[in-house]
Design a protein around this ligand. Structure first.
Ligand SMILES: NC(=O)c1ccc[n+]([C@@H]2O[C@H](COP(=O)([O-])OP(=O)(O)OC[C@H]3O[C@@H](n4cnc5c(N)ncnc54)[C@H](OP(=O)(O)O)[C@@H]3O)[C@@H](O)[C@H]2O)c1
Length: 308
């Protein structure tokens, strides 16, 4: 790898936009001193999402151009199919031996393992570096970032991972364990949404004042995390959940994908993940009724309970 390490980013959706913005900012201000080229190369399937990055100095490229131009390439796309497609195009461009590919998407750990093995045959390090935090946290550089895979490659890209979040979690040298850890973590988040939705609906239906119930839970579990979800899910108005640029949320589509991956991981490993199976079914039913944000599960349950 040359002295000046060039960096690329594939996928500028809700999460990728914030992550790439912070990377470009880091490369421009501190990159040179730390051995990185000051300009981030970017690609997104739909071109409209490139503009905010180009406006702050990033450079556009095709997947093929980025594969050839960049020593380190990040991907942050929706699901297995998207990562598979991106990585296929990346490998078809024949990137140099010594290149590093970092997938930050939430995907099946089996896919990460498969890609890492293929990459290794070509002298490329494939890292599993998924993240925790919503799009607003991505933009505010508040993500938790996993680092899993070849130790030398992880060490090399650490300043880049640090540039995207508030902490980097070392997972070890098996890249697929990054994605596995991500799913174990998302089990908590998706299950907590189910927990809040069911308990809040029960409290409502039986006449416990909403603020009394919220006060009990936030005293039991102080901190912004559960409190934030409780506050958000107290809303009745579907408009308040609507995902917009200003109000980024967790799409119900993503929760369905993640709970299915968690349940599958459990089945493959002989671990019963009954709660994830249930949350997946609830999320699917909620989506069928037109709900689009994960927190709207509470509206779905309120409606079922005759409260809406
Ligand atoms: N949102 C969250 O709170 C959150 C938090 C942590 C992790 N994650 C994970 O982060 C990843 C990205 O999530 P996001 O919220 O940024 O999703 P998003 O806003 O829906 O963006 C998805 C991105 O994937 C691209 N994409 C989808 N299918 C593709 C395909 N077949 N080929 C190429 N590109 C494709 C989209 O391109 P277009 O722009 O062209 O559609 C877009 O860049 C997901 O794995 C998600 O589970 C999300």
């Amino acid at each position: 790898m040359p002295d000046t390490v060039t960096v690329g980013f594939l996928g500028l959706g809700a999460m990728g936009k914030g992550m790439a913005t912070n990377l470009q900012d880091f490369l421009k201000t501190e990159g040179k001193a730390k051995g990185f080229h000051p300009t981030l190369s970017v690609w997104n399937r739909s071109a409209a999402k490139l503009k905010p990055l180009l406006d702050i100095g990033a450079k556009e490229g095709s997947i093929q151009e980025i594969a050839l131009r960049c020593d380190v390439t990040f991907s942050m796309v929706f699901d297995d199919a998207a990562v598979r497609s991106l990585f296929k195009h990346y490998m078809e461009a024949s990137p140099s031996s010594g290149a590093i590919f970092i997938d930050c998407s939430t995907v099946n750990p089996n896919l990460t393992k498969e890609h890492a093995a293929l990459a290794q045959q070509h002298g490329i390090a494939y890292l599993g570096c998924p993240v925790w935090g919503r799009p607003d946290a991505a933009m505010a550089k508040q993500l938790l970032v996993a680092s899993a895979g070849n130790p030398a490659a992880c060490e090399k890209v650490r300043p880049l991972l640090e540039a995207m979040g508030r902490a980097v979690i070392d997972v070890g040298d098996r890249p697929e364990l990054g994605q596995t850890l991500k799913l174990c973590g998302n089990f908590w988040i998706t299950s907590m949404v189910e927990l809040i939705a069911e308990s809040m609906t029960l409290a409502d239906k039986t006449g416990v004042p909403r603020e009394v119930f919220t006060s009990l839970i936030t005293n039991m579990y102080p901190g912004p995390f559960i409190g934030g979800y409780m506050k958000r899910m107290s809303e009745h108005d579907p408009e308040k959940y609507k995902i917009t640029e200003q109000n980024p949320g967790f799409a119900i589509e993503g929760a369905i994908k993640d709970t299915a991956l968690i349940a599958q991981l459990g089945r493959e490993n002989g671990v019963e993940m009954a709660f994830s199976e249930l949350v997946n079914q609830h999320m699917q039913s909620a989506r069928q009724e037109g709900y689009g944000e994960m927190g709207e599960l509470v509206l779905f349950l309120r409606k079922r309970a005759g409260l809406l």
